[in-house]
Write a protein that binds this ligand. Structure first.
Ligand code: DGY
Length: 333
């Protein structure tokens, strides 16, 4: 006898999701209830593993450490979305994704304040030599009497601060440094009027600023925007801060400038991440190094995950992603 199955009796196929990084248990459990999840939680996911597992997935949830190449996109036409737990999407071949009409999700806005706070922390750490002084105390060198030239630094209130990139994070830094009483000069790829900020040419910004803070996104046009020539324009004792992307600064040229002792730096991002174990930066006292922690607060990471999950769910439902990095994929649709 043939048993008739009604439509609602067919097993519902769950969409398949490949997650390329460890997630907090609560977030992972919620995703497992809705999707057929494969997770890679053993450190950076090797390219070969991504290539193999991508074949059997409908969507990828990833972050900065997973490189999504044009090859991967082209060889997986079944992918319905890629959702990155990051605002930056420079780890994804965006041209290939858009050509394949593949929506890419990202997490703008929610990490602006955390990143701006970290830029300020690096400015204060570099100008007041906090890490150097901490090391000095821990290593037991604090034996001499207090002297008038002991670990001298510079004041934010007396500084001219140059903001490279007047997007949301650059503006959040402007707000903070103005509260310290600093003078602010700025440069943006497309000129932008900002109250309290004097726009200057990029070379003039490097020549005039006591502190330069970099907030421009990684793009072919911003690659090595901070070149050896621009670093050479900086005043003796000036400080450069980078919480944007490593590729914006020519890191070899920065290492040369720092090695000469002419400038100081505070870095959260590097041309190669993780920073190579033999990077000359590690041996320099006049640079404060952070391991890409701009967005690393519990509340901000939670907000980023919520946006990334909302993007993932919308993409798998065939709906427009609420935070889409390539909205042109919906044009005409
Ligand atoms: C991002 O989301 O792009 C940040 O760099 C992570 O902190």
């Amino acid at each position: 006898m043939v048993k008739i199955l009604y439509r609602w009796q067919f097993p519902v196929m769950k969409s398949r999701v490949l997650i390329t990084l460890p997630l907090p248990t609560a977030a992972l459990d919620a995703l497992k209830q809705q999707f057929d999840v494969q997770i890679w939680d053993q450190g950076p996911m090797p390219k070969l593993q991504i290539a193999q597992r991508a074949k059997t997935t409908d969507a990828i949830l990833c972050s900065l450490g997973t490189s999504i190449t044009s090859d991967l996109i082209r060889s997986n036409p079944q992918l319905r979305t890629i959702s990155s737990i990051s605002v930056g999407v420079d780890h994804i071949d965006m041209a290939a994704a858009t050509a394949a009409s593949l929506p890419i999700g990202h997490t703008p806005d929610v990490l602006v304040d955390s990143t701006a706070d970290l830029a300020l922390a690096l400015m204060l750490a570099a100008t007041r030599r906090i890490v150097e002084a901490d090391r000095f105390v821990r290593e037991g060198h604090w034996s001499a009497d207090w002297t008038t030239d002991f670990f001298l630094g510079t004041d934010l209130s007396r500084a001219t601060i140059g903001i490279v990139g007047l997007g949301p994070t650059g503006l959040a830094v402007v707000k903070r440094v103005r509260a310290f009483g600093a003078k602010v000069i700025g440069w943006n790829r497309t000129e932008r009027e900002v109250p309290g900020v004097r726009n200057v040419a990029l070379d003039d910004l490097f020549a005039e600023a006591d502190i330069v803070s970099v907030h421009t996104a990684a793009a072919p046009e911003t690659h090595h925007l901070v070149s050896a020539n621009r670093l050479a324009l900086m005043k003796p004792g000036a400080v450069i801060i980078n919480t944007a992307r490593g590729s914006v600064i020519d890191e070899s040229a920065l290492i040369v400038a720092l090695s000469k002792g002419k400038i100081r730096a505070g870095l959260d991002v590097y041309e190669q991440e993780p920073l190579a174990k033999d990077s000359p930066l590690l041996a320099l006292d006049n640079v404060v190094l952070m391991p890409h922690l701009g967005s690393a607060t519990a509340a901000t990471r939670q907000a980023m995950m919520e946006r990334a999950c909302a993007n993932l769910i919308a993409g798998l439902d065939g709906k427009p992603l609420p935070w889409c990095a390539n909205p042109e994929v919906y044009a005409g649709g």
